[in-house]
Design a protein around this ligand. Structure first.
Ligand SMILES: Cc1cc2nc3c(=O)[nH]c(=O)nc-3n(C[C@H](O)[C@H](O)[C@H](O)COP(=O)(O)O)c2cc1C
Length: 198
């Protein structure tokens, strides 16, 4: 039996990759593609930073600007997450339900624990996607090239949103010279998993 012939071990492996992706900037899983569909049925895909993966809760956490179009698109909607690890030749395709949280205690803690530099982008004057008269970072001129103080960052809090993905399925594909392997795990099946054709 090959090491990747064990369904529970592959599910655990997928979560190990996701947890590492949340913690390790160098992991390709740190910047997955998050795909969603808008109210017109049009697909949208964008790279986002995976902040944390929680295997026990089967959730992924990401951060975004509360004013961005995707916040309105995503809340309560199906979402897909895509990551590929070239070194391991593993593709993870995840589906789930998106939840936007902006103002509970957990979000407050996350905000307070972020660095001032990380929080600075939420000082942007206009919602992401707003047309601008010329090239610009979107930040107010007074904060360009500087780290904001705790006082200056205060107003940015209103623009901070957390995106939680409640994972409902993980499609794990391993490419190997000895033969590919693919398995799909679903919450509806109590994560038991099944082999599918690669
Ligand atoms: C490496 C990388 C990391 C990014 N991380 C985030 C992120 O964590 N949150 C976010 O909202 N946008 C992030 N973006 C920007 C998005 O890809 C996207 O351009 C922006 O959020 C606007 O998307 P929307 O129009 O779908 O709302 C990142 C882009 C790159 C290239």
């Amino acid at each position: 039996m090959r090491p990747d012939d064990d369904l529970p071990a592959m599910l655990a492996h997928a979560w190990t990759l996701l947890v590492r992706g949340g913690a390790d900037r160098k992991s390709p899983v740190h910047t997955p593609v998050i795909a969603s569909v808008d109210e017109h049925g049009l697909p949208h895909a964008r790279v986002m930073v995976l902040r944390k993966a929680d295997p026990a809760a089967a959730t992924l956490r990401l951060h975004t600007d509360a004013r961005s179009p995707k916040v309105a698109q995503l809340n309560g909607m199906p979402v897909a997450v895509l990551a590929y690890l070239p070194a391991e030749q593993v593709q993870l395709r995840i589906t789930g339900t998106a939840r936007i949280l902006t103002d509970d205690e957990v979000v407050e803690d996350i905000w307070n624990q972020s660095t001032l530099f990380a929080r600075r982008c939420y000082l942007a004057e206009h919602p992401p996607g707003t047309p601008l008269p010329g090239p610009s970072t979107g930040l107010p001129a007074w904060i360009e090239g500087q780290q904001p103080t705790a006082e200056q960052i205060g107003p940015a809090r209103a623009n901070f949103a957390t995106l939680w993905i409640e994972v409902t399925a993980i499609d794990w594909l391993h490419l190997a010279n000895s033969g590919h392997r693919r398995a799909v795990f679903r919450s509806t099946n109590d994560w038991a998993g099944e082999w599918v054709a690669p």
